[in-house]
Design a protein around this ligand. Structure first.
Ligand code: 5CA
Ligand code: ZN
Length: 409
């Protein structure tokens, strides 16, 4: 499917810095050394509701990863999926009496609009689960031939015990894995499974649900984890630089994906860094479509909120932190945006050369956006209190804030 239009990323003078980022698998910071083309896979939405600020915060983090790489003059090969067939989407369509495909298309279109408004860089390949089915089926067939998959009443499961590295992405104990599996789309209590954690690779066609030709697998639809593996391997291959998503994807989704890929290819790891963004909450609970405690990006835009302020609000928290959205978050961002815009709208100002280096240092250091924002605040405060004579400075600040933070002043 098509993605959304790219906003231009200004080139900055001098040298960008290599990204150091937190990797869930090793539990520490890793300095990535991508080739001339950095490769990143970010898990996309399940399109049954509009983009909320939690989604936006997560996509913001991975947009920043790309901006750090682009500043090092690398190209970025970015791939994102859309889980356009899955249980929650079918359940919502059923509840609302709408066609599941129409719902998916509508919410994906709205997501594209939100991403464009927020100036998130588009993926080079934006791939739906449905269009990936022809690539998924042979992978499941191969896993079965290898003895890594088995059938249960027509459904096909992956056997986690066939992967010697199973557990190395999320590093959780068995009890925690079992609990999270039940919470996040798994079925640990289904009788007949070899291991309660085994995830489904292919679900046999159910009455009243959409299904596709699965060759030797029979009619059905793909499991969630194999979807992302098939798309990532098809477009990026093994050993790509970053797999990203919110922290709720570390287990089971990224753990299972790494496992499928390891067994299929005999290589490890699928991604050099597994990067996870914190959860954004509202009224004390994680913002989630199933709980319904949501603030939508599109609703804020409809209310006339400048998308640059939404983006600044997201940037005011470190991407790995769990945080709460409040009205004050947005008010603070609006105030900051006004100050910054006033500061860059003068014909001259204090030199911004140091600021550019401070921004590079902060962003390459595990995307430290709070420090980056403070650095721009300091320049804007100096502009307001003393001003300066550097006629290039306001333009340079505008370009640096755009290039590294994705905010249009
Ligand atoms: N389609 C799958 C990934 S393949 C999925 O998880 N879709 S989703 O629509 O549920 O979530 C999309 C992304 O937003 C995921 O990376 C998820 O971790 C992230 N996300 C969901 N809720 C929040 C939240 N409250 N705060 C931060 N990120 C969130
Ligand atoms: Zn995914």
């Amino acid at each position: 499917m098509h993605a959304w239009p790219a906003s231009e990323v200004p080139a900055l003078p001098g040298q960008g810095r290599d990204l150091r980022i937190h990797d869930t698998a090793t539990g520490g910071l890793v300095t990535l050394d991508p080739g001339p083309v950095a490769r990143i896979y970010v898990c996309g939405i399940t399109p049954y509701d509009a983009t909320h600020l939690g989604h936006a915060a997560t996509y913001n983090a991975f947009d920043l990863v790309q901006r750090v790489w682009l500043d090092t003059k690398r190209q970025v090969h970015y791939v994102q999926n859309v889980t356009d067939v899955d249980d929650p989407l079918l359940e919502r369509a059923d509840r609302d009496g709408v066609d599941w495909a129409v719902l998916a298309e509508k919410e994906t279109a709205l997501f594209r609009e939100d991403m464009t408004a927020l100036r998130m860089l588009p993926p080079r390949h934006y791939i739906g689960a449905v269009e990936a089915i022809p690539g998924i089926v042979p992978l499941v067939e191969r896993l079965r031939e290898m003895g890594a998959a088995y059938e249960l009443d027509g459904d096909i499961y992956f056997s986690v015990e066939t992967d010697p590295n199973f557990g190395q992405v999320s590093n959780l104990d068995a009890a925690a894995m079992r609990l999270l599996s039940a919470e996040r789309g798994g079925d640990p209590d289904r009788p007949g499974k070899k291991n309660p954690l085994d995830p489904m690779l292919w679900m046999a066609a159910r009455e009243g649900e959409p299904s596709w030709d699965g060759g030797s697998l029979g009619r059905g639809r793909p499991g969630w984890h194999i979807e992302c593996v098939a798309i990532a391997l098809d477009h990026l291959g093994m050993g790509f630089d970053v797999q990203g998503g919110g922290s709720d994807l570390a287990f089971p989704h990224h753990e299972m994906g790494a496992s499928h890929a390891q067994v299929l290819t005999g290589e490890f790891p699928m991604a050099k860094a597994y990067v996870h963004a914190g959860m954004v909450g509202l009224h004390g609970e994680k913002m989630s479509k199933s709980k319904g405690n949501l603030v939508f990006v599109s609703a804020l835009r409809r209310d006339g909120v400048d998308p640059a302020a939404i983006r600044l609000a997201l940037l005011s928290h470190h991407y790995r932190a769990d945080w709460e959205w409040t009205d004050q978050t947005l008010q603070d961002a609006l105030t900051r945006l006004t100050h910054w815009r006033a500061a860059v709208s003068r014909p001259d100002g204090p030199s911004a050369d140091t600021l550019v280096e401070e921004l590079r240092e902060a962003m390459s250091n595990d995307l430290d956006t709070p420090t980056a924002l403070s650095a721009v605040d300091c320049w804007a405060a100096a502009q307001q209190s003393k001003g300066g004579t550097d006629t290039a400075a306001p333009g340079l600040v505008t370009r640096a804030v755009d290039a590294l933070l994705g905010v249009a002043l």
